[in-house]
Design a binder for this molecule. Structure first.
Ligand code: ASP
Length: 572
Protein backbone atom coordinates (compact mmCIF):
# COMPACT_ATOMS: atom_id res chain seq x y z
CA UNK A 1 0.00 0.00 0.00
CA UNK A 2 2.98 2.26 0.60
CA UNK A 3 3.72 2.21 -3.09
CA UNK A 4 0.42 3.72 -4.28
CA UNK A 5 0.99 6.18 -7.12
CA UNK A 6 4.59 5.12 -7.71
CA UNK A 7 5.66 3.90 -11.12
CA UNK A 8 6.79 0.29 -11.24
CA UNK A 9 8.02 -2.27 -13.74
CA UNK A 10 6.98 -5.86 -13.17
CA UNK A 11 8.04 -8.98 -15.03
CA UNK A 12 6.50 -12.40 -14.83
CA UNK A 13 4.11 -14.97 -16.26
CA UNK A 14 0.47 -14.55 -17.23
CA UNK A 15 -1.47 -16.68 -14.75
CA UNK A 16 -4.84 -15.77 -16.29
CA UNK A 17 -6.53 -12.87 -17.98
CA UNK A 18 -10.14 -11.69 -17.78
CA UNK A 19 -11.75 -9.61 -20.45
CA UNK A 20 -14.70 -7.65 -19.05
CA UNK A 21 -15.42 -5.55 -22.12
CA UNK A 22 -14.37 -2.10 -20.94
CA UNK A 23 -11.57 -3.49 -18.79
CA UNK A 24 -9.07 -6.31 -19.08
CA UNK A 25 -7.29 -7.79 -16.09
CA UNK A 26 -4.18 -9.93 -16.09
CA UNK A 27 -2.94 -11.83 -13.05
CA UNK A 28 0.81 -11.59 -13.32
CA UNK A 29 2.75 -14.25 -11.44
CA UNK A 30 6.36 -14.17 -10.29
CA UNK A 31 8.25 -15.92 -7.50
CA UNK A 32 6.72 -13.59 -4.95
CA UNK A 33 3.07 -14.00 -5.88
CA UNK A 34 0.32 -12.57 -8.04
CA UNK A 35 -0.24 -8.93 -8.98
CA UNK A 36 -3.28 -7.67 -10.85
CA UNK A 37 -2.59 -5.68 -14.01
CA UNK A 38 -5.39 -3.40 -15.25
CA UNK A 39 -6.02 -2.23 -18.82
CA UNK A 40 -8.75 0.25 -19.60
CA UNK A 41 -10.47 0.43 -23.00
CA UNK A 42 -11.39 4.11 -22.45
CA UNK A 43 -7.88 5.36 -21.65
CA UNK A 44 -5.79 3.12 -23.93
CA UNK A 45 -7.78 0.95 -26.32
CA UNK A 46 -4.76 -0.29 -28.27
CA UNK A 47 -2.95 -1.51 -25.15
CA UNK A 48 -6.11 -3.09 -23.83
CA UNK A 49 -6.51 -5.02 -27.07
CA UNK A 50 -2.89 -6.14 -26.86
CA UNK A 51 -3.46 -7.37 -23.32
CA UNK A 52 -6.35 -9.49 -24.52
CA UNK A 53 -3.98 -11.40 -26.80
CA UNK A 54 -1.78 -12.61 -23.94
CA UNK A 55 -2.05 -16.36 -23.49
CA UNK A 56 -1.47 -18.32 -20.32
CA UNK A 57 2.19 -18.48 -19.25
CA UNK A 58 3.33 -15.74 -21.65
CA UNK A 59 6.35 -13.97 -20.17
CA UNK A 60 5.63 -10.23 -20.06
CA UNK A 61 6.93 -6.98 -18.68
CA UNK A 62 4.50 -4.27 -17.60
CA UNK A 63 5.10 -0.66 -16.59
CA UNK A 64 2.51 1.41 -14.82
CA UNK A 65 1.25 3.11 -11.69
CA UNK A 66 0.35 1.38 -8.45
CA UNK A 67 -3.27 2.01 -7.45
CA UNK A 68 -5.38 1.00 -4.50
CA UNK A 69 -7.89 -1.71 -5.42
CA UNK A 70 -11.52 -0.94 -4.84
CA UNK A 71 -12.21 -4.65 -4.75
CA UNK A 72 -9.47 -5.98 -2.46
CA UNK A 73 -8.37 -9.62 -2.38
CA UNK A 74 -7.39 -10.50 1.20
CA UNK A 75 -6.16 -13.94 0.11
CA UNK A 76 -2.97 -12.67 -1.52
CA UNK A 77 -0.28 -10.36 -0.13
CA UNK A 78 -0.55 -7.95 -3.05
CA UNK A 79 -4.36 -8.07 -3.00
CA UNK A 80 -4.78 -4.46 -1.89
CA UNK A 81 -3.22 -2.97 -4.98
CA UNK A 82 -3.24 -3.23 -8.75
CA UNK A 83 -1.14 -1.77 -11.55
CA UNK A 84 -2.70 0.63 -14.06
CA UNK A 85 -0.54 -0.42 -16.99
CA UNK A 86 0.66 2.02 -19.60
CA UNK A 87 3.30 -0.11 -21.30
CA UNK A 88 3.32 -3.83 -21.95
CA UNK A 89 5.96 -5.94 -23.63
CA UNK A 90 5.92 -9.61 -24.48
CA UNK A 91 9.29 -11.07 -23.52
CA UNK A 92 8.36 -14.52 -24.74
CA UNK A 93 5.28 -16.35 -25.93
CA UNK A 94 4.36 -19.71 -24.44
CA UNK A 95 2.65 -22.84 -25.69
CA UNK A 96 -0.49 -23.72 -23.79
CA UNK A 97 0.84 -25.73 -20.83
CA UNK A 98 -0.12 -29.43 -20.77
CA UNK A 99 -1.74 -29.00 -17.36
CA UNK A 100 -3.06 -26.11 -15.32
CA UNK A 101 -0.50 -24.16 -13.29
CA UNK A 102 -2.76 -23.93 -10.26
CA UNK A 103 -2.47 -25.09 -6.66
CA UNK A 104 -4.75 -28.00 -7.57
CA UNK A 105 -3.53 -28.99 -11.02
CA UNK A 106 -5.43 -31.19 -13.45
CA UNK A 107 -2.17 -32.89 -14.51
CA UNK A 108 -1.38 -36.48 -13.47
CA UNK A 109 1.90 -37.40 -11.76
CA UNK A 110 3.73 -38.64 -14.81
CA UNK A 111 2.79 -35.62 -16.93
CA UNK A 112 3.83 -33.18 -14.23
CA UNK A 113 7.16 -35.01 -13.84
CA UNK A 114 7.76 -34.76 -17.58
CA UNK A 115 7.26 -31.00 -17.46
CA UNK A 116 8.76 -30.56 -14.01
CA UNK A 117 9.79 -26.96 -14.78
CA UNK A 118 6.11 -26.13 -15.20
CA UNK A 119 5.11 -28.10 -12.13
CA UNK A 120 7.69 -26.15 -10.14
CA UNK A 121 5.82 -22.95 -11.02
CA UNK A 122 2.93 -24.12 -8.83
CA UNK A 123 2.67 -22.74 -5.30
CA UNK A 124 2.74 -26.04 -3.38
CA UNK A 125 6.08 -27.03 -4.93
CA UNK A 126 7.47 -23.53 -4.75
CA UNK A 127 6.64 -23.35 -1.07
CA UNK A 128 8.29 -26.72 -0.48
CA UNK A 129 11.51 -25.57 -2.15
CA UNK A 130 11.48 -22.34 -0.17
CA UNK A 131 11.02 -24.39 3.00
CA UNK A 132 13.86 -26.67 1.95
CA UNK A 133 16.14 -23.72 1.44
CA UNK A 134 15.23 -22.28 4.80
CA UNK A 135 15.86 -25.59 6.56
CA UNK A 136 19.25 -26.01 4.89
CA UNK A 137 20.14 -22.45 5.79
CA UNK A 138 19.03 -22.83 9.42
CA UNK A 139 20.84 -26.17 9.77
CA UNK A 140 24.08 -24.55 8.65
CA UNK A 141 23.34 -21.57 10.85
CA UNK A 142 22.91 -23.71 13.98
CA UNK A 143 25.85 -26.00 13.27
CA UNK A 144 28.13 -23.10 12.37
CA UNK A 145 27.19 -21.53 15.68
CA UNK A 146 28.28 -24.74 17.40
CA UNK A 147 31.69 -24.69 15.72
CA UNK A 148 31.03 -27.19 12.93
CA UNK A 149 32.75 -26.64 9.61
CA UNK A 150 31.42 -27.83 6.28
CA UNK A 151 33.92 -29.95 4.37
CA UNK A 152 33.20 -31.52 0.99
CA UNK A 153 34.04 -35.18 0.50
CA UNK A 154 34.51 -36.92 -2.86
CA UNK A 155 31.74 -38.26 -5.04
CA UNK A 156 33.89 -40.77 -6.90
CA UNK A 157 34.99 -43.23 -4.24
CA UNK A 158 35.98 -46.83 -3.67
CA UNK A 159 33.22 -49.39 -3.91
CA UNK A 160 32.59 -51.11 -0.57
CA UNK A 161 29.49 -53.16 -1.08
CA UNK A 162 28.47 -53.38 2.55
CA UNK A 163 25.03 -51.99 3.19
CA UNK A 164 22.99 -51.06 0.14
CA UNK A 165 24.02 -51.64 -3.47
CA UNK A 166 26.55 -49.17 -4.91
CA UNK A 167 26.09 -47.15 -8.07
CA UNK A 168 29.31 -47.65 -10.02
CA UNK A 169 31.12 -45.42 -12.49
CA UNK A 170 33.65 -46.85 -14.97
CA UNK A 171 37.07 -45.23 -15.13
CA UNK A 172 38.40 -44.39 -18.59
CA UNK A 173 41.90 -43.65 -17.37
CA UNK A 174 42.08 -46.88 -15.38
CA UNK A 175 40.45 -49.30 -17.77
CA UNK A 176 38.42 -52.09 -16.26
CA UNK A 177 38.27 -50.32 -12.90
CA UNK A 178 35.35 -48.58 -11.28
CA UNK A 179 34.51 -45.91 -8.80
CA UNK A 180 31.38 -46.02 -6.69
CA UNK A 181 29.13 -43.14 -5.75
CA UNK A 182 29.05 -42.73 -1.96
CA UNK A 183 26.15 -44.26 -0.06
CA UNK A 184 27.23 -41.71 2.54
CA UNK A 185 30.51 -39.96 3.39
CA UNK A 186 30.90 -42.31 6.38
CA UNK A 187 34.55 -43.30 6.08
CA UNK A 188 35.61 -39.81 4.99
CA UNK A 189 34.04 -38.10 7.95
CA UNK A 190 35.77 -40.57 10.24
CA UNK A 191 39.07 -39.83 8.51
CA UNK A 192 38.41 -36.12 9.06
CA UNK A 193 38.17 -36.86 12.79
CA UNK A 194 41.52 -38.64 12.61
CA UNK A 195 42.79 -35.54 10.78
CA UNK A 196 41.76 -33.36 13.69
CA UNK A 197 38.67 -31.50 12.37
CA UNK A 198 36.65 -32.28 15.45
CA UNK A 199 33.27 -30.92 14.30
CA UNK A 200 32.39 -31.70 10.70
CA UNK A 201 29.14 -31.16 8.84
CA UNK A 202 28.06 -31.37 5.22
CA UNK A 203 24.76 -31.14 3.41
CA UNK A 204 25.56 -33.83 0.92
CA UNK A 205 24.17 -36.04 -1.82
CA UNK A 206 24.21 -39.79 -1.17
CA UNK A 207 23.49 -42.57 -3.65
CA UNK A 208 21.99 -46.00 -3.03
CA UNK A 209 20.89 -48.43 -5.70
CA UNK A 210 17.87 -49.75 -3.82
CA UNK A 211 14.28 -50.53 -4.70
CA UNK A 212 12.29 -47.34 -4.46
CA UNK A 213 9.44 -46.36 -2.18
CA UNK A 214 7.66 -43.11 -1.39
CA UNK A 215 10.38 -42.07 1.03
CA UNK A 216 13.34 -43.27 -1.06
CA UNK A 217 15.17 -41.87 -4.05
CA UNK A 218 18.34 -43.26 -5.69
CA UNK A 219 20.01 -39.98 -4.83
CA UNK A 220 19.06 -38.16 -1.68
CA UNK A 221 20.48 -35.57 0.67
CA UNK A 222 21.82 -35.89 4.18
CA UNK A 223 22.81 -33.43 6.84
CA UNK A 224 25.92 -35.41 7.67
CA UNK A 225 27.79 -34.70 10.90
CA UNK A 226 30.65 -36.07 12.97
CA UNK A 227 32.27 -35.05 16.26
CA UNK A 228 35.45 -36.11 18.03
CA UNK A 229 36.05 -36.56 21.77
CA UNK A 230 32.39 -37.15 22.51
CA UNK A 231 30.15 -39.66 24.18
CA UNK A 232 26.71 -40.65 22.95
CA UNK A 233 25.11 -38.19 25.34
CA UNK A 234 26.99 -35.23 23.78
CA UNK A 235 25.70 -36.18 20.35
CA UNK A 236 22.11 -36.60 21.48
CA UNK A 237 22.19 -33.17 23.14
CA UNK A 238 23.82 -31.44 20.17
CA UNK A 239 21.41 -32.79 17.57
CA UNK A 240 18.32 -32.55 19.69
CA UNK A 241 19.38 -28.91 19.68
CA UNK A 242 19.48 -28.89 15.88
CA UNK A 243 15.97 -30.33 15.54
CA UNK A 244 14.60 -27.92 18.14
CA UNK A 245 16.30 -25.03 16.36
CA UNK A 246 14.68 -26.07 13.07
CA UNK A 247 11.23 -26.31 14.62
CA UNK A 248 11.64 -22.92 16.20
CA UNK A 249 13.24 -21.02 13.34
CA UNK A 250 11.24 -22.60 10.52
CA UNK A 251 7.91 -23.60 12.06
CA UNK A 252 7.88 -21.05 14.82
CA UNK A 253 7.26 -23.40 17.68
CA UNK A 254 9.29 -24.26 20.71
CA UNK A 255 9.82 -27.80 21.89
CA UNK A 256 10.79 -27.12 25.48
CA UNK A 257 10.98 -30.66 26.79
CA UNK A 258 13.83 -33.08 26.21
CA UNK A 259 13.02 -35.67 23.55
CA UNK A 260 11.79 -38.87 25.16
CA UNK A 261 14.16 -41.83 24.84
CA UNK A 262 13.27 -45.43 24.30
CA UNK A 263 15.42 -48.50 23.83
CA UNK A 264 15.11 -50.49 20.63
CA UNK A 265 13.77 -53.39 22.67
CA UNK A 266 11.08 -51.26 24.26
CA UNK A 267 10.07 -49.81 20.88
CA UNK A 268 9.76 -53.27 19.37
CA UNK A 269 7.76 -54.58 22.35
CA UNK A 270 5.37 -51.67 22.58
CA UNK A 271 4.98 -50.69 18.94
CA UNK A 272 6.49 -53.50 16.85
CA UNK A 273 8.69 -50.91 15.14
CA UNK A 274 12.05 -49.24 15.67
CA UNK A 275 10.47 -45.99 14.49
CA UNK A 276 7.31 -45.73 16.52
CA UNK A 277 4.76 -43.01 15.92
CA UNK A 278 4.21 -41.77 19.46
CA UNK A 279 1.62 -39.14 18.59
CA UNK A 280 -0.83 -41.65 20.06
CA UNK A 281 -0.76 -44.53 22.56
CA UNK A 282 -2.48 -47.78 21.64
CA UNK A 283 0.58 -49.75 22.72
CA UNK A 284 0.79 -53.52 22.22
CA UNK A 285 -0.32 -55.91 24.93
CA UNK A 286 0.96 -59.44 24.83
CA UNK A 287 -1.79 -61.89 25.80
CA UNK A 288 -0.15 -65.14 24.70
CA UNK A 289 -0.43 -66.78 28.16
CA UNK A 290 -3.97 -65.54 28.79
CA UNK A 291 -5.36 -66.81 25.52
CA UNK A 292 -3.59 -70.10 24.86
CA UNK A 293 -4.77 -73.53 25.97
CA UNK A 294 -8.52 -73.32 25.33
CA UNK A 295 -8.50 -75.55 22.30
CA UNK A 296 -8.54 -72.72 19.76
CA UNK A 297 -6.07 -74.14 17.24
CA UNK A 298 -4.99 -70.90 15.56
CA UNK A 299 -4.05 -69.37 18.86
CA UNK A 300 -2.62 -72.48 20.48
CA UNK A 301 -0.12 -72.97 17.69
CA UNK A 302 0.98 -69.32 17.78
CA UNK A 303 4.27 -68.16 19.21
CA UNK A 304 2.87 -64.73 20.01
CA UNK A 305 -0.59 -63.29 20.54
CA UNK A 306 -0.84 -59.53 20.85
CA UNK A 307 -3.59 -56.97 20.91
CA UNK A 308 -4.22 -53.27 20.75
CA UNK A 309 -7.07 -51.50 22.48
CA UNK A 310 -8.99 -49.09 20.28
CA UNK A 311 -10.66 -46.75 22.74
CA UNK A 312 -14.38 -46.10 22.27
CA UNK A 313 -14.53 -48.30 19.18
CA UNK A 314 -16.85 -51.01 20.50
CA UNK A 315 -19.45 -49.52 18.17
CA UNK A 316 -17.44 -50.50 15.08
CA UNK A 317 -19.79 -52.20 12.62
CA UNK A 318 -19.37 -55.69 11.26
CA UNK A 319 -18.37 -54.08 7.97
CA UNK A 320 -15.68 -51.92 9.58
CA UNK A 321 -14.23 -54.96 11.34
CA UNK A 322 -14.31 -56.98 8.11
CA UNK A 323 -12.43 -54.18 6.38
CA UNK A 324 -9.77 -54.21 9.09
CA UNK A 325 -9.48 -57.98 8.68
CA UNK A 326 -9.02 -57.52 4.94
CA UNK A 327 -6.42 -54.85 5.70
CA UNK A 328 -4.26 -57.11 7.87
CA UNK A 329 -4.59 -59.95 5.34
CA UNK A 330 -3.10 -57.88 2.51
CA UNK A 331 0.07 -59.62 1.28
CA UNK A 332 2.32 -56.74 2.32
CA UNK A 333 0.95 -56.98 5.88
CA UNK A 334 0.67 -60.73 5.91
CA UNK A 335 -1.53 -61.65 8.90
CA UNK A 336 -3.72 -64.72 8.45
CA UNK A 337 -6.71 -63.12 10.12
CA UNK A 338 -7.82 -60.88 12.97
CA UNK A 339 -9.77 -61.57 16.15
CA UNK A 340 -11.58 -59.04 18.29
CA UNK A 341 -13.29 -58.54 21.61
CA UNK A 342 -16.03 -55.95 21.78
CA UNK A 343 -16.37 -54.50 25.28
CA UNK A 344 -19.87 -52.99 25.24
CA UNK A 345 -20.74 -49.79 27.08
CA UNK A 346 -23.01 -51.97 29.23
CA UNK A 347 -20.06 -54.15 30.22
CA UNK A 348 -21.02 -57.00 27.86
CA UNK A 349 -18.21 -58.91 26.16
CA UNK A 350 -18.56 -60.25 22.64
CA UNK A 351 -15.79 -61.75 20.60
CA UNK A 352 -15.05 -63.43 17.31
CA UNK A 353 -13.98 -66.53 19.26
CA UNK A 354 -16.88 -66.98 21.65
CA UNK A 355 -16.85 -70.73 21.03
CA UNK A 356 -13.59 -71.13 22.91
CA UNK A 357 -13.76 -68.50 25.62
CA UNK A 358 -16.25 -67.92 28.42
CA UNK A 359 -17.24 -64.42 29.51
CA UNK A 360 -14.87 -64.91 32.45
CA UNK A 361 -11.96 -65.72 30.11
CA UNK A 362 -12.65 -62.62 28.04
CA UNK A 363 -12.90 -60.52 31.17
CA UNK A 364 -9.44 -61.71 32.24
CA UNK A 365 -8.04 -60.53 28.94
CA UNK A 366 -9.74 -57.14 29.03
CA UNK A 367 -8.55 -56.66 32.62
CA UNK A 368 -4.99 -57.55 31.68
CA UNK A 369 -4.93 -54.95 28.92
CA UNK A 370 -6.77 -52.32 31.02
CA UNK A 371 -9.63 -52.02 28.53
CA UNK A 372 -12.74 -50.09 29.51
CA UNK A 373 -16.38 -50.49 28.52
CA UNK A 374 -16.78 -49.04 25.05
CA UNK A 375 -13.39 -50.29 23.84
CA UNK A 376 -12.57 -52.67 21.02
CA UNK A 377 -9.67 -55.13 21.31
CA UNK A 378 -8.03 -56.13 18.05
CA UNK A 379 -5.98 -59.31 18.29
CA UNK A 380 -3.38 -60.91 16.00
CA UNK A 381 -1.60 -64.22 16.47
CA UNK A 382 1.28 -66.04 14.82
CA UNK A 383 5.05 -66.04 14.72
CA UNK A 384 6.45 -63.31 16.92
CA UNK A 385 8.26 -60.97 14.54
CA UNK A 386 5.84 -60.97 11.58
CA UNK A 387 2.84 -60.74 13.91
CA UNK A 388 4.28 -57.71 15.65
CA UNK A 389 4.97 -56.12 12.29
CA UNK A 390 1.37 -56.69 11.23
CA UNK A 391 0.08 -55.39 14.56
CA UNK A 392 2.22 -52.29 14.01
CA UNK A 393 0.51 -51.67 10.67
CA UNK A 394 -2.91 -52.26 12.22
CA UNK A 395 -2.10 -49.78 14.98
CA UNK A 396 -1.08 -47.14 12.44
CA UNK A 397 -4.22 -47.79 10.41
CA UNK A 398 -6.39 -47.37 13.51
CA UNK A 399 -4.44 -44.19 14.30
CA UNK A 400 -5.35 -42.91 10.83
CA UNK A 401 -8.98 -43.92 11.11
CA UNK A 402 -9.34 -42.25 14.48
CA UNK A 403 -7.55 -39.06 13.42
CA UNK A 404 -4.75 -39.59 15.93
CA UNK A 405 -1.95 -38.73 13.49
CA UNK A 406 -2.42 -35.05 12.64
CA UNK A 407 0.30 -33.79 10.31
CA UNK A 408 0.80 -30.56 12.20
CA UNK A 409 1.51 -32.30 15.48
CA UNK A 410 5.16 -33.36 15.91
CA UNK A 411 6.45 -35.93 18.40
CA UNK A 412 10.19 -36.52 18.21
CA UNK A 413 12.02 -39.19 20.19
CA UNK A 414 15.34 -41.01 20.37
CA UNK A 415 15.51 -44.76 19.90
CA UNK A 416 18.66 -46.12 21.56
CA UNK A 417 20.63 -49.31 22.09
CA UNK A 418 20.09 -50.92 18.72
CA UNK A 419 21.47 -54.42 18.29
CA UNK A 420 24.91 -54.27 16.68
CA UNK A 421 24.20 -57.16 14.31
CA UNK A 422 21.39 -58.68 12.36
CA UNK A 423 21.36 -62.34 11.32
CA UNK A 424 20.42 -63.09 7.73
CA UNK A 425 19.01 -66.57 7.29
CA UNK A 426 19.50 -66.61 3.53
CA UNK A 427 23.23 -65.87 3.44
CA UNK A 428 23.69 -67.35 6.93
CA UNK A 429 25.82 -64.50 8.23
CA UNK A 430 25.57 -61.43 10.40
CA UNK A 431 25.17 -57.98 8.90
CA UNK A 432 25.85 -54.73 10.73
CA UNK A 433 22.48 -53.27 11.65
CA UNK A 434 23.79 -49.70 11.28
CA UNK A 435 27.16 -50.06 9.54
CA UNK A 436 30.40 -51.94 10.26
CA UNK A 437 32.05 -48.92 11.93
CA UNK A 438 29.52 -48.75 14.77
CA UNK A 439 30.93 -49.40 18.20
CA UNK A 440 29.51 -52.13 20.42
CA UNK A 441 28.65 -51.08 23.94
CA UNK A 442 31.90 -51.66 25.84
CA UNK A 443 30.19 -53.93 28.37
CA UNK A 444 28.87 -56.11 25.51
CA UNK A 445 32.21 -56.58 23.70
CA UNK A 446 32.86 -60.01 25.30
CA UNK A 447 29.58 -61.23 23.79
CA UNK A 448 31.06 -60.75 20.31
CA UNK A 449 32.78 -64.12 20.83
CA UNK A 450 29.98 -65.95 22.60
CA UNK A 451 26.62 -64.54 21.51
CA UNK A 452 27.01 -61.85 18.82
CA UNK A 453 23.25 -61.48 18.34
CA UNK A 454 22.95 -60.07 21.85
CA UNK A 455 25.57 -57.34 21.46
CA UNK A 456 24.05 -53.88 21.69
CA UNK A 457 25.50 -50.94 19.81
CA UNK A 458 26.11 -47.36 20.78
CA UNK A 459 23.71 -46.46 18.00
CA UNK A 460 20.71 -44.13 18.00
CA UNK A 461 17.94 -43.00 15.70
CA UNK A 462 15.99 -39.77 15.80
CA UNK A 463 12.35 -40.52 15.01
CA UNK A 464 9.55 -38.03 14.38
CA UNK A 465 5.95 -39.14 13.84
CA UNK A 466 6.96 -42.64 12.83
CA UNK A 467 9.62 -41.46 10.38
CA UNK A 468 13.30 -42.23 10.98
CA UNK A 469 14.73 -38.79 10.28
CA UNK A 470 18.28 -39.46 11.44
CA UNK A 471 20.60 -42.14 12.66
CA UNK A 472 24.14 -42.46 13.87
CA UNK A 473 26.51 -44.08 16.28
CA UNK A 474 29.65 -43.86 18.32
CA UNK A 475 32.33 -45.38 16.11
CA UNK A 476 35.01 -47.93 16.61
CA UNK A 477 38.36 -46.10 16.71
CA UNK A 478 40.65 -48.99 17.48
CA UNK A 479 42.03 -51.03 14.59
CA UNK A 480 41.95 -54.30 16.54
CA UNK A 481 38.29 -53.93 17.47
CA UNK A 482 37.49 -52.90 13.89
CA UNK A 483 39.28 -56.01 12.66
CA UNK A 484 37.27 -58.15 15.06
CA UNK A 485 34.07 -56.54 13.83
CA UNK A 486 34.93 -57.38 10.22
CA UNK A 487 35.67 -60.98 11.24
CA UNK A 488 32.28 -61.20 12.95
CA UNK A 489 30.74 -59.99 9.69
CA UNK A 490 32.39 -62.88 7.88
CA UNK A 491 35.27 -60.98 6.24
CA UNK A 492 38.67 -62.63 6.09
CA UNK A 493 41.47 -60.36 7.35
CA UNK A 494 42.64 -60.01 3.73
CA UNK A 495 39.19 -58.94 2.49
CA UNK A 496 38.86 -56.44 5.31
CA UNK A 497 42.33 -55.09 4.57
CA UNK A 498 41.65 -54.85 0.85
CA UNK A 499 38.38 -52.96 1.30
CA UNK A 500 38.90 -50.94 4.45
CA UNK A 501 42.67 -51.02 4.96
CA UNK A 502 42.90 -47.24 4.56
CA UNK A 503 40.58 -46.73 7.53
CA UNK A 504 42.23 -49.30 9.81
CA UNK A 505 45.60 -47.88 8.91
CA UNK A 506 44.37 -44.40 9.90
CA UNK A 507 43.28 -45.81 13.26
CA UNK A 508 46.93 -46.67 13.92
CA UNK A 509 47.99 -43.01 13.61
CA UNK A 510 46.20 -41.50 16.55
CA UNK A 511 42.44 -41.74 16.05
CA UNK A 512 40.36 -39.84 18.59
CA UNK A 513 37.16 -41.33 19.96
CA UNK A 514 34.40 -40.06 17.71
CA UNK A 515 30.78 -40.44 16.69
CA UNK A 516 28.18 -38.80 14.55
CA UNK A 517 24.84 -38.82 12.92
CA UNK A 518 23.22 -38.14 9.57
CA UNK A 519 19.74 -36.75 9.02
CA UNK A 520 17.74 -37.64 5.94
CA UNK A 521 17.24 -34.08 4.78
CA UNK A 522 14.52 -34.87 2.22
CA UNK A 523 12.52 -36.76 4.81
CA UNK A 524 12.92 -34.01 7.34
CA UNK A 525 11.72 -31.41 4.85
CA UNK A 526 8.77 -33.53 3.73
CA UNK A 527 7.76 -33.99 7.35
CA UNK A 528 7.90 -30.24 7.98
CA UNK A 529 5.99 -29.66 4.74
CA UNK A 530 3.31 -32.22 5.61
CA UNK A 531 4.01 -34.15 2.39
CA UNK A 532 3.83 -37.94 2.14
CA UNK A 533 6.48 -38.29 -0.53
CA UNK A 534 10.02 -36.90 -0.53
CA UNK A 535 9.58 -36.31 -4.27
CA UNK A 536 7.47 -33.28 -3.41
CA UNK A 537 10.41 -31.57 -1.73
CA UNK A 538 13.04 -32.37 -4.38
CA UNK A 539 13.29 -30.09 -7.40
CA UNK A 540 14.08 -32.81 -9.93
CA UNK A 541 13.29 -36.24 -8.50
CA UNK A 542 13.28 -39.67 -10.18
CA UNK A 543 10.05 -41.60 -10.62
CA UNK A 544 9.19 -44.99 -9.08
CA UNK A 545 11.25 -46.77 -11.71
CA UNK A 546 14.31 -44.61 -10.88
CA UNK A 547 13.86 -42.68 -14.13
CA UNK A 548 14.15 -39.01 -14.84
CA UNK A 549 11.15 -38.83 -17.17
CA UNK A 550 11.86 -35.21 -18.08
CA UNK A 551 15.32 -35.82 -19.57
CA UNK A 552 14.51 -39.48 -20.30
CA UNK A 553 17.35 -40.98 -18.30
CA UNK A 554 19.01 -43.41 -17.75
CA UNK A 555 19.72 -43.81 -21.44
CA UNK A 556 22.05 -45.78 -23.66
CA UNK A 557 25.43 -44.22 -24.41
CA UNK A 558 27.19 -44.19 -27.76
CA UNK A 559 29.41 -47.01 -28.98
CA UNK A 560 32.20 -44.44 -29.02
CA UNK A 561 31.81 -43.80 -25.29
CA UNK A 562 31.64 -47.52 -24.56
CA UNK A 563 34.78 -48.12 -26.57
CA UNK A 564 36.69 -45.48 -24.66
CA UNK A 565 35.76 -47.29 -21.48
CA UNK A 566 36.46 -50.75 -22.90
CA UNK A 567 32.96 -51.78 -21.99
CA UNK A 568 30.76 -54.00 -24.09
CA UNK A 569 27.05 -54.21 -23.34
CA UNK A 570 24.93 -57.27 -24.01
CA UNK A 571 21.92 -55.91 -25.84
CA UNK A 572 18.73 -57.97 -25.77
N1 ASP B 1 26.52 -42.74 7.52
C1 ASP B 1 25.39 -43.16 8.29
C2 ASP B 1 24.17 -43.34 7.37
O1 ASP B 1 24.19 -42.88 6.26
C3 ASP B 1 25.01 -42.18 9.35
C4 ASP B 1 26.01 -42.12 10.45
O2 ASP B 1 26.31 -43.15 11.06
O3 ASP B 1 26.46 -41.01 10.74
O4 ASP B 1 23.21 -43.94 7.78
Amino acid sequence: MNNVNTNVTLSGWVQRSRDLGGMTFIDLRDRYGITQLVFNMDTNAALCKEAREMGREYVVQAEGKVAERSNKNPKIPTGDIEIMVDKLQILNKANTPPFTIEDESDGGDELRMKYRYLDLRRNPLKNNLLLRHKMAFESRNYLNGQGFIEIETPVLIKSTPEGARDFVVPSRVNQGQFYALPQSPQTFKQLLMVAGYDRYMQIVKCFRDEDLRADRQPEFTQIDCEMAFVHQEDILQMFEGLIKHLFQSVKGFMIGDAFPRMTYQEAMNKYGSDKPDVRFGMEFNEITCEIKGRGFGVVDSSEYVGCIVAEDCAGYSRKQIDELTEFVKKPQIGAKGMMYIRYGEDGSLKSSMDKFYSAGDLQKITDKVHARPGDLLLILAGEKIPTKKALCELRLEMGNQLGLRPKDHFKPLWVLDFPLLEWDEETRRFYAMHHPFTSPKPEDIPLLDTDPARVRANAYDCVINGVEVGGGSIRIHDDQLQKKMFRTLGFTDEEAEQQFGFLMSAFRYGAPPHGGIAFGFDRLVSLFAGEDSIRDVIAFPKNNAARDVMADCPSVISDEQLKELSISVKRN
